[in-house]
Design a protein around this ligand. Structure first.
Ligand code: VAH
Length: 317
C-alpha cells in the first residue's frame, strides 16, 4: 500500500492519480488535513484525513494499512512561510520527523520527500547551479528544506531508510492549483489567459526562474523512486530542472497562441524571494544516476496548458 500525505496539494493530487494508475486505485491512500476539492481524487480511491503534526493519529492510520511506500508532500511553501515562519518551520520539520519515524516503526521500504531550489540562496552561483554548492537559503521554507535534506541523508546513513528526494523548481500544471509559492504566478498567468483576462504579475518581467511542467515533475518522481538503489548517489536531494523563463517570456509564449493576451507588472514581497534563487539549474547528476530527461519546453507547455484549461472553462480565474 502507498500513502500520499498532502494529496490535496498541487503536486500531491496529480501524483496520487498517477500512482493509482500505475499501482492500482485501491493501493494508494490519499491523505490530507484538508478535504479534497478534486472529485477524481475522492472517486478514484481511498481518502483519509491526517494531520502530520499528530504522530498518534498517523500511527493509528498506519496500523490500518500495510504501507510499503510513503510520499510526504505536506509543507508550507516559500511565500506563505514568510508570513508565519515559526509555523512553517514546525509543520515542515516536525511533519518530516513524524513521517521518518513512522516509516522506521512500520517497516516502510521507501519514502519520497520533496525538496526545492529554495535551498539555494543569494550567494549561490545563479547560472547552472551545481548539485554541490553554497547553500544559504533566505526563506524559512528554504531553511527547512535544507535541514530536511540533511535529516533524510542521516536517516539513510544511520537507519538504512531508503528515502529519496528531488529539488523541484517551480511546478506548473492545469489539474490543480498551487498553494502559497513564489512561482505560483506561472500557473495563474495561464488561467487568466485561458479565461480571456489580463494578468498582473507580482514579479518583475525579467525575473528568470527554473520551472518544470507537471508531467515532467511526475515522471521525475516516479523514475527516481523506481530506480535501483545502487544507482542513487545523492541522499540529500537531486537537482532537477525542466526549463527556465521570465514572466515576459511566458507572456510572449502565450501571445503566440492568444495575441490579445495582456500582462502588467507590479512586483511585491515575493520579488525578493525570487531574486535569492538560481536562474538555471544543472541536473547532470540526476541524468547520470537515473536517466532524468525533461520532455517539455516553454512553448510545448504553453500549448498543452492553454488547450486543457480552455476545455475546463468556465472557471474562476
Ligand atoms: C515555491 N513552488 O514557490 C514552490 C517551489 C521553487 C519554488 O519550491 O515556494
Amino acid at each position: 500500500m502507498i500513502l500520499v500525505i498532502g494529496a490535496c496539494g498541487q503536486l500531491g493530487s496529480e501524483l496520487t492519480l498517477t500512482l493509482r494508475t500505475l499501482y492500482g486505485a485501491d493501493q494508494v491512500v490519499a491523505a490530507d488535513i484538508f478535504e479534497p476539492k478534486q472529485a477524481d481524487l475522492l472517486a478514484s480511491g481511498p481518502f483519509e484525513k491526517i494531520d502530520v503534526l499528530d504522530p498518534k493519529g498517523m500511527t493509528a492510520l498506519a496500523a490500518r494499512y500495510n504501507f510499503t511506500q510513503i510520499y510526504h508532500l505536506a509543507a508550507v511553501l516559500s511565500a506563505t512561510g514568510e508570513k508565519d515562519p515559526k509555523f512553517a518551520w514546525r509543520l515542515n520539520m516536525d511533519g518530516l520527523f513524524h513521517v521518518l519515524d513512522l516509516a522506521l516503526a512500520c517497516g516502510v521500504s521507501q519514502v519520497f520527500w520533496p525538496s526545492s531550489i529554495a535551498v539555494f540562496g543569494p550567494d549561490t552561483p545563479r547560472q547552472q547551479t551545481p548539485q554541490h554548492t553554497v547553500m544559504n537559503p533566505s526563506t524559512v521554507y528554504g531553511i527547512s528544506k535544507q535541514a530536511g535534506e540533511q535529516w533524510c541523508a542521516y536517516y539513510f546513513k544511520k537507519h538504512g531508510l531508503d528515502i529519496r528526494s528531488l529539488r523541484y523548481p517551480g511546478l506548473i500544471g492545469y489539474k490543480s492549483l498551487p498553494g502559497g509559492g513564489t512561482t505560483d504566478y506561472a500557473v495563474d498567468i495561464y488561467r487568466k489567459a485561458a479565461a480571456g483576462k489580463p494578468f498582473e504579475c507580482y514579479l518583475h518581467q525579467d525575473t528568470y526562474l527554473p520551472m518544470m511542467y507537471m508531467p515532467d515533475a511526475i515522471k521525475a518522481t516516479i523514475d527516481l523512486m523506481q530506480a535501483p538503489a545502487r544507482n542513487i548517489s545523492i541522499r540529500e536531494s537531486y537537482n532537477v530542472s525542466g526549463m527556465s523563463f521570465s514572466p515576459s517570456e511566458i507572456a510572449a509564449s502565450i501571445q503566440k497562441i492568444l495575441p490579445s493576451f495582456e500582462i502588467a507588472y507590479n512586483p511585491d514581497y515575493r520579488q525578493q524571494i525570487a531574486d535569492s534563487w538560481p536562474q538555471t539549474i544543472s541536473d547532470q547528476v540526476a541524468r547520470q544516476d537515473w536517466g532524468w530527461q525533461p520532455a517539455y519546453d516553454l512553448d510545448a507547455m504553453t500549448a498543452d496548458m492553454l488547450e486543457n484549461l480552455q476545455q475546463q472553462l468556465p472557471f474562476e480565474a
